[in-house]
Design a protein around this ligand. Structure first.
Ligand code: ADP
Ligand code: MG
Length: 422
């Protein structure tokens, strides 16, 4: 098929229609799971990204493809780092799929080449962490293209890859070799996870029907700079923008309040001031906060009004009055997008705000989307049934950038010309 009559990317259905039994398929997955150090041994925390990847992989297995998985884990410095090996992740994937998974000792070296060459029909190979290769994230596109060529060549002795499937939604905002350059070297397809994520986020943007109102967005977390852009973009569309977490202190500073030693992004104070001036009543800031002198499980905490943070103390959660306001707005909403915890939820004294927001969203009769690795981890850690949320995105940065309306390299390359396959 040439797909000349369509605008979106080719999908897994299109690839399966080609007939892929015995053919090699390269799949970019997002297997970037949180690792927990429990007494010296590294363990996988929330494995929902592996589970989410198993859908596409399972379909390729059933079709008899010879599957080579490329993925990254953590942020190695462009060189092998045993602590960030994908081997334990490959083992978890094997357990989830209920079948053996081969694991290469390198990404495009001898181990990867020989294991890829010898794959049987319906067998899987996970390449070692692609970020062990400095070229994966290189700013020089030629270096990235070289790595992409090496990846594409892994199936050469067997007639080459029949296609490249991008199923790594959490990485589509990255201009990396295994996301961008590789997709223009091989016939490319969007995996089931990418299709599902994009479909759910499009609903938040009002595509495919009216947005159910009120539309409430809750933003928190620690990466303030990353999230200001999405505020600019979403403000005209939303009815309520609830701000908590580490990012609220830049807004509170813009209000003229003292924020003590709380997280603060001084260069963004003026932007926050302008947003507040423009937004009228839409932006809802905390009215009270849980403060402490340090981030520790046994820190002495107190609850203060948002304009009464004492010097030397830091805000680490939203307070009870704020929780009530947020919960009330969320329970009445028709559409909710939540990104970023309301406080340092990992520690019990600062978890209540995030728990209150999660509870209100889970109970809302609304279309609800949660994005962000830590927000999703909070939902799992608190023991919420994931089915109580309409969609929990596997991508944090990617979902924000998508909602911002930015061009995402990994998606635009897929939406490009669709290659004829025979
Ligand atoms: P997500 O992964 O959901 O996008 P972020 O990565 O932006 O969220 O932020 C998550 C982190 O923010 C958590 O580790 C949490 O402890 C931290 N955090 C939340 N509120 C605060 C705060 N007031 N001060 C410092 N850190 C905070
Ligand atoms: Mg995070």
């Amino acid at each position: 098929m040439t797909g000349s009559d369509r605008s979106g990317p080719a999908t897994l259905d299109d690839l399966l229609a080609v007939g892929i039994r015995g053919r090699h398929v390269l799949v970019r997955c997002d297997l970037n799971v949180p690792l927990e150090d429990s007494g010296g041994t590294v363990q996988i925390g929330d494995d929902s990204r592996i589970t989410a990847s198993a859908v596409t992989l399972g379909r390729l297995v059933a079709a008899g493809a010879r599957i080579v998985v490329v993925a990254h884990l953590g942020r190695p410095k462009g060189a092998p780092d045993p602590a960030l090996s994908l081997r334990p992740v490959a083992e978890r994937l094997a357990a989830i799929l209920g079948r053996p998974v081969h694991c290469a000792q390198d990404t495009v070296g001898h181990s990867a080449q020989s294991l890829a060459t010898n794959l049987g029909d319906g067998e899987l190979l996970v390449l070692e962490n692609v970020r062990f290769e400095a070229a994966e994230t290189a700013t020089d596109p030629q270096l990235r293209a070289n790595l992409a060529s090496a990846l594409a060549a892994l199936a050469d002795p067997n007639g080459g890859f029949v296609g490249y499937v991008d199923d790594a939604f959490g990485a589509v905002h990255r201009a990396h070799a295994s996301v961008l350059e590789i997709a223009s070297l091989l016939p490319n397809y969007a995996g089931d996870l990418v299709v599902r994520e994009v479909g759910q986020l499009d609903r938040l943007a009002g595509q495919g029907g009216e947005i159910a109102r009120p539309y409430a967005v809750v933003l928190g977390g620690s990466k303030v700079a990353d999230k200001i852009g999405v505020i600019e973009r979403l403000l005209p569309q939303v009815d309520h923008l609830l701000v908590g977490g580490g990012m609220c202190y830049t807004f509170l500073t813009a209000m003229g309040y003292e924020v003590g030693t709380s997280l603060l992004e001084p260069s963004l104070v003026q932007t926050c001031r302008e947003l507040l001036a423009r937004a009228g009543q839409k932006i809802v800031l905390p009215r009270d906060l849980v403060v402490a002198d340090r981030i520790a499980p046994d820190a002495v905490t107190s609850i203060v009004a948002a304009d009464r943070i004492a010097p030397g103390t830091m805000g680490l959660d939203i307070g009870p009055a704020t929780r009530a306001v947020f919960a009330e707005l969320l329970s009445r909403a028709g559409t909710v997008f939540w990104n970023g915890p309301m406080g340092v939820f990992e520690l019990e004294p600062f978890a209540a705000g995030t728990k209150a927001v999660a509870t209100a969203i889970a109970g809302a009769d609304a279309f609800t989307v949660v994005g962000g690795g830590d927000s999703a981890a909070a939902i799992h850690a608190f023991g919420f049934d994931p089915d109580r949320f309409s969609h929990i995105s596997t991508g944090g940065g990617a979902s924000l950038e998508y909602l911002e309306g930015r061009v995402l390299p990994g998606l635009s390359v897929l939406a490009g010309p669709i290659h004829a396959v025979d």
